[in-house]
Design a protein around this ligand. Structure first.
Ligand code: ZN
Length: 241
């Protein structure tokens, strides 16, 4: 069985489509595991929701998903993010809203816990350092934890209660050590690489493979400008910031 693990699609249909094409090119995908923030920032919230829902999938809620349906407020968002949230909330159908409202904030699947931010703070906490990863350790009870939110692909490996951070290797063999893994962002990468980021978990080889894929950034940017979304959000896609 092969599971496509993605986070932070952020209404970027071109990036999401490129990721799906690349993932399916590697072999059949059993199920998508989505770590939240399907929408927000980008120009295609409805198409991204529909594309995800066309596939067998498990998804947890992200802060942008909840903000767009008014379940959390945007006072902690920067100006551009709040503007984009406001725009997004005006471009959702009732069915989209119902689907988003149904998403859990944390979910266990086999050996994995799926969460957007961190197991300690599912919607808001960024796990950017081993200290924050260690802080989350008591809050998940599966062997492994998959996180999004920072849009930075990274691995926090635990040895006992000690944690160290590394870049995602191209292939990670799952062993005895627990870890927290962020597959990076699909629709707005922030590790200074503009290519969309994703991983595939293969339960037969018991390994996780890491990929980056180019997509048509200029089409996404043109749609954003035409929609009146903040230019800063369109520009940052060029730089992966
Ligand atoms: Zn996000």
């Amino acid at each position: 069985m092969r599971y496509l693990i993605i986070a932070d699609i952020h209404s970027n249909l071109e990036a999401f489509t490129a990721v799906l094409r690349a993932a399916k090119g590697e072999g059949e995908i059993t199920e998508i595991w989505c770590l939240g923030d399907i929408i927000g920032y980008g120009p295609d919230p409805r198409s991204c929701l529909h594309l995800l829902r066309e596939h067998p999938h498990i998804c947890v809620a992200g802060n942008h998903d909840m903000a767009a349906i008014g379940k959390i407020d945007t006072s902690d968002f920067n100006v551009a993010a709040a503007l984009a949230t406001n725009w997004t909330s005006q471009h959702l159908s009732n069915e989209d809203i119902q689907y988003l409202a149904s998403l859990p904030i944390i979910r266990e699947v086999g050996n994995f816990t799926l969460v957007h931010g961190s197991p300690r703070g599912p919607l808001w906490e960024y796990v950017l350092s081993p200290l924050e990863a260690e802080g989350g350790l008591p809050y998940f009870h599966t062997k492994y934890c998959l996180i999004g939110h920072s849009h930075v692909p990274t691995l926090f490996m635990f040895e006992g209660n000690h944690c160290y951070q590394t870049m995602l290797p191209s292939t990670l063999l799952l062993g005895k050590n627990r870890f927290m893994l962020n597959p990076g962002g699909v629709g707005q990468p922030r590790d200074r690489d503009p290519k969309a980021s994703f991983v595939i978990y293969d339960s037969v080889s018991n390994s996780i493979m890491y990929y980056r894929v180019r997509y048509d950034i200029s089409t996404t940017q043109e749609k954003m400008i035409r929609s009146g979304l903040p230019r800063s959000l369109a520009n940052r896609l060029n730089y992966g910031t």
